[in-house]
Design a protein around this ligand. Structure first.
Ligand code: PMV
Length: 359
């Protein structure tokens, strides 16, 4: 599938060498994307909070080369050469080459670093792929300066999606929808869009404390997990449910109904993991401590009346979500009761953020 709109017509300028740096955040889905069609098209729409502190900063340096018959690049993480990152980037370059015709004209040096520990179990693919897509778009803008800011962001999200699906939700803040949904104007399967409707004050500066339960490599990659949705017995019902949850979250976000928000978000998290447990082959990414934490959160909510809740990514870590006005109490609860279940007592305090920045 080639999307003509994103193929540049011609470039008016040329450039020998240069470098661009972008910093892009991670995001956490409220309604989850799990299952995709060919060309990174999601089976259902999703919505996420953009994070603020968990970020990747990438500098892309480029210099014109003699021949233009293959990709040429080197990758560094925290100043250390990372040849094991190359296959993923090569695949990404192949997918986006038609949209960025200059890719084979340059040698690239990609230098990247994360604000969160690399082996924290926090996926760096969303922040990393969106930062790289933005750097590439900065080159395109240098070659074709007339591109508008809106088209720049849309195409950067489109490219990021081709690197890692959820990366297309990491460019803007603070709520982003990806995937066509009839009730959300402008939504698309091809790129993420800023959530276009009213959001209640209750969600302002919403807090996300990420409890690092297990920092090991995932036993099952998300690519494999998405693929297992193809012959999944519950897939169609799940995609229907995600569509309904996205409809329902529109009024929840508008009215600020935190009880309904909690029910929707926790159900989404557990459904994601239920899909994993009911795939063939089946797998479990939660750890015993993940369940301990969920039970503690439920018990705390019952006794305190707090509006704290959890969500999960494709891993064992727990994202603890709560309104800003409960920050002090919930942090105390986390420190007193939940940190014991984190690997080496580690957790990361984050808050919903505004999206990527050019440095
Ligand atoms: O972007 P991917 O292919 O790594 O998939 C991520 C899927 C989840 O994080 C589990 C859910 C989501 O919507 O972010």
């Amino acid at each position: 599938m080639i999307v003509e709109d994103f193929i540049p017509k011609s470039s008016s300028k040329s450039i020998e060498k240069g470098s661009f740096t972008w910093s892009s955040p991670s995001n956490i889905a409220l309604v989850k994307y799990w299952g995709k069609k060919a060309h990174q098209i999601p089976e259902n729409p999703s919505i996420s909070f953009t994070l603020n502190n968990c970020k990747t900063t990438t500098t892309l340096s480029f210099s014109k080369k003699e021949t233009n018959n293959s990709f040429s690049f080197e990758v560094y993480l925290d100043d250390e050469k990372k040849d094991d990152f190359k296959p993923k980037i090569e695949t990404f370059f192949k997918r986006v080459e038609v949209y960025l015709p200059f890719l084979k004209d340059y040698h690239f040096k990609i230098e990247t670093s994360n604000t969160f520990p690399h082996s924290s179990g926090i996926a760096s693919s969303a922040s990393g792929m969106s930062a790289l897509a933005l750097c590439l778009m900065s080159i395109e803008k240098t070659l074709s300066p007339s591109i508008s800011e809106e088209s720049f962001t849309k195409k950067a999200s489109f490219l990021a999606r081709l690197g890692s699906g959820s990366a297309c939700r990491s460019l803007e803040g603070n709520l982003v929808v990806w995937g066509k949904h009839i009730e959300i104007d402008g939504s698309s399967d091809l790129f993420g869009v800023k959530y276009p409707y009213q959001v209640h004050q209750n969600f302002k500066n919403y807090q996300d404390t990420i409890l690092l339960v297990d920092k090991g490599e995932k036993q099952v990659s998300s690519t494999l997990g998405h693929n297992l949705m193809h012959d999944h017995p519950f897939a169609q019902e799940r995609f229907k449910q995600a569509n309904k949850n996205l409809s329902d979250i529109i009024s929840i976000l508008k009215t600020g109904d935190l009880d309904k928000f909690i029910a929707l978000v926790e159900s989404e998290a557990l459904t994601l993991h239920a899909m994993m447990m009911t795939s063939m082959p089946y797998f479990i990414l939660m750890k015993p401590n993940t369940l301990e934490i969920l039970n503690k959160i439920w018990a705390y909510r019952n006794t305190s009346g707090s509006k704290v809740c959890f969500t999960l990514d494709a891993g064992a870590n727990v994202h603890v979500l709560y309104p800003e006005n409960e920050a002090a109490q919930v942090l105390e609860f986390i420190q007193n009761e939940l940190v014991a279940y984190c690997q080496n007592g580690q957790y990361i305090c984050d808050v919903i953020g505004l999206g990527a920045n050019k440095m």
